[in-house]
Design a protein around this ligand. Structure first.
Ligand SMILES: [Zn+2]
Length: 333
């Protein structure tokens, strides 16, 4: 999976525990900068002064949009960077009600066409289906876009139809200049279950013979990314709940999009992450939703886990504002 291997817990929580989407009305645009008016209900816990932090580095017209899981669109200066753009959102629940690793891969081309408007660059955090499964189709839809991925991801992508010459191989540590913005590629780690494992580990040094089921898309190394605009606004994405603390120390992102932990065996994940980053002006939880909910429905997630996430952020990084995303909603940074 599933970055959060305990998704069955989410399924168990299905009955009436949606994300506390406390905003009312149908506005699809959520302002994070400037006045809290109109966004107060979704921006939880931080005092107004928190929004002044990093004010000098705010840029006009920078927006984030969420497509569930860890699928994000970052738009700025007429450019679009996509992170783990997986929109197919098919169910992986088998007849027994549990996660079925033999679930065939499926690409919802209509959803990708409907929701994605542009792409200059695609950033892949790891090879699992819910992060990388739609990337070939995204590259087909946006012929000028390139993708950053590890060697294993590159082999998997090639096997499922991505053009090899549009894949930028990365190991973590790269600091890439794209004319008008930069991308720091950060070595990272996949989230761990309680028994110190994760779904479909593996590395490849050549394209695999056949990629048919969700288990065929192996993790293949995990990366995190920090994108910095020409105006100096920086957005960090941690797409699965783990980190290499020393790789993040001193980054000081303005916006930190952080995978929500679901238990697991990593010592003080959120605490070490937030301490390493300083006090990001805004913290956005990611990869916390039930992944087969259509994007035109409300987010379904474990409210208890989200509350624990918010509490941890407020405790460790009290100057940060937590913004809970809603599907397709533009968050103005
Ligand atoms: Zn994963």
């Amino acid at each position: 999976m599933p970055s959060q291997p305990t998704r069955p817990a989410l399924a168990a929580a299905r009955s009436g525990s949606p994300v506390p989407a406390t905003r009312t009305g149908t506005s699809r645009r959520l302002l994070v900068r400037g006045s809290l008016a109109g966004a107060a209900a979704a921006v939880t816990g931080a005092p107004r002064t928190a929004l002044a932090h990093g004010a000098a580095r705010r840029a006009a017209g920078v927006t984030l949009r969420w497509f569930g899981a860890n699928a994000w669109e970052l738009s700025f200066d007429g450019r679009t960077v996509l992170i783990d753009p997986w929109l197919s959102r098919f169910s992986t629940t088998g007849p027994d009600g549990r996660f079925d690793p033999a679930t065939p891969l499926f690409v919802d081309r209509a959803a990708i066409r409907r929701h994605l408007r542009a792409a200059d660059l695609v950033l892949v955090t790891h090879g699992h289906y819910d992060h990388m499964g739609d990337v070939p189709q995204v590259l087909e839809q946006f012929p000028a876009a390139r993708v950053v991925a590890t060697q294993t991801h590159a082999h998997l992508l090639t096997a499922i139809g991505a053009p090899a010459d549009r894949i930028i191989w990365a190991r973590g540590g790269e600091y890439l200049a794209f004319g008008g913005y930069t991308v720091q590629v950060l070595p990272s780690l996949h989230s761990l279950t309680a028994d110190y494992r994760y779904f479909a580990p593996g590395t490849l040094t050549a394209p695999p013979g056949r990629v048919r089921t969700v288990s065929d898309l192996v993790e293949g190394g995990t990366l995190a990314y920090q994108v910095t605009t020409a105006d100096g606004l920086s957005v960090l994405n941690i797409g699965t709940a783990n980190l290499i603390e020393r790789e993040l120390r001193g980054l000081r992102p303005d916006i930190a999009v952080i995978a929500v932990p679901y238990g697991g065996a990593t010592h003080r994940y959120l605490e070490r992450l937030l301490e390493a980053l300083g006090a990001p002006r805004v913290v956005v939880p990611t990869h916390h939703d039930e992944m087969d909910t259509p994007l035109d429905r409300p987010v379904r997630a474990d409210a208890r886990v989200l509350r624990s996430f918010r509490d941890a952020v407020h405790r460790v990084s009290p100057r940060s504002t937590v913004v809970e995303p809603r599907y397709l909603e533009a968050i103005a940074l």
